[in-house]
Design a protein around this ligand. Structure first.
Ligand code: F3S
Length: 387
């Protein structure tokens, strides 16, 4: 693998032991995946930030590092809201260890935003190289923005943040971004809302596995693309997909689709995921809500009072930009929390059945929270929570 003179110096230990070790890690990854060189990145998004996942061992490793991020870097959601953890019912012992993990990342120059939607905080453009960890964010970056990132593990993304580069292989290379299969979505009369796109992604991810699908027959907006990609990355390993006439690479590149396998999805295959099971909580914001989603929720909750716990999750930066909207949502008794989510917070384990509007949450809630999951549109979630 080619290293330039500056990289050779780092590898020789001239910029400190941490940066030397981090570059060793990137070079080792590059060799495993056949990278010929490193590529500069615009930003990093780092998983492995929840104390629930990394524990004392991970905290000790982070605390032993001594370097600063050289590109904008944020964290994936952690186990609790940094400010309002008491209000969410987090145990003080957990909060204390979670804060220690966050402080360790802060010392490394990582911005204290814990979100799976870093694209709402840092400008990310077509063709940018990134080192992002969270699968839904990776899918959004590659597919909706046309940026380039592999799905990084936590240590690989942290190393990339501290060095400012990542090995150039996989989805950083144009030749690896072409579609492998076509998914034709058959027309139906249903309202194609965010939840229905999440359900489509839940089903399509199982069909696609780790192939790159090219969708025909759908016209999602950006929030709906976010839901589709997040679910496909959860039930499959889809890190990039294309939608005919919608996503930038499908429009710009004009892929030759002849000879590709074609799979059709019938409305009934999606309909069967929508059940009417009773729930004891509602959670929206997987992935974290956009401003538009928050505004939509506020409108639906206007003049109503929730009778069940109703959680909304979004990035702190997005919450800060929408203060009036957040107040309007919370007036109903619903709560809007930053930094965490329905899957990584231990608080959600107290419920037996949770209603979501997300295909990804439909896939993860049963295993991660030990609860049954029901999917429905935001309108249905509000109706159930206020009935
Ligand atoms: Fe984000 Fe948590 Fe869903 S990290 S994509 S809200 S599982």
């Amino acid at each position: 693998m080619y290293l330039d003179p500056e990289e050779e110096k780092i590898l020789a230990g001239e910029n400190g032991e941490t940066r030397q070790k981090m570059l060793e890690l990137l070079v080792a990854l590059g060799k495993v995946f056949g990278a010929e060189r490193l590529v500069r990145i615009r930003s990093a998004q780092i998983s492995g930030a929840s104390y629930k996942t990394i524990g004392e061992y991970g905290l000790a490793w982070l605390s032993s590092l001594d370097a600063r991020a050289v590109v904008p870097a944020v964290l994936n959601p952690v186990g609790m809201p940094r400010e309002r953890w008491k209000e969410m019912g987090i145990e003080p012992a957990f909060a204390e260890r979670q804060q220690a993990v966050i402080a360790a990342y802060e010392r490394l120059g990582v911005k204290l935003e814990c979100t799976c939607t870093p694209y709402y905080l840092h400008k990310t453009s077509f063709g940018d190289h990134l080192a992002w960890s969270e699968s839904s964010a990776v899918s959004y970056a590659n597919s909706v923005i046309g940026a380039r990132t592999n799905r990084e593990g936590g240590p690989g993304a942290l190393a990339a943040a501290l060095i400012g580069k990542t090995p150039c292989y996989g989805l950083h290379l144009e030749k690896n971004r072409k579609p492998h299969m076509i998914i034709d979505v058959m027309p139906d009369e249903n309202d194609w809302n965010i939840a229905r796109y999440g359900a489509l992604g839940y089903h399509a991810g199982k069909l696609a596995g780790n192939k790159i699908p090219y969708f025909r027959g759908i016209s999602p907006d950006t929030d709906q693309l976010k839901a589709l990609g997040a679910a496909m990355a959860a039930t499959g390993a889809v890190a990039i997909y294309h939608v005919d006439n919608i996503t930038p690479e499908a429009k710009k590149t004009g892929y030759n689709l002849s000879g590709l396998e074609v799979i059709s999805i019938e409305p009934a295959e999606i309909d069967r995921l929508f059940t009417g099971i009773p729930v004891d909580a509602v959670a929206i914001g997987c992935p974290h809500c956009s401003s538009d989603e928050l505004i939509g929720i506020a409108k639906l909750l206007k003049g109503k009072t929730v009778t069940k716990p109703f959680y909304v999750f979004a990035a702190q930066g997005v919450i800060n930009k929408n203060e009036k909207t957040i107040s309007a949502i919370e007036k109903s008794g619903a709560r809007v929390f930053a930094d965490t989510c329905m899957v990584v917070s231990p608080v959600m384990e107290r419920y037996t059945a949770i209603m979501v509007n997300s295909g990804k949450a439909l896939a993860y809630v049963p295993d991660m929270c030990g609860a049954v999951a029901r999917i429905g549109s935001i309108q249905e979630c509000v109706a159930v929570a206020t009935s």
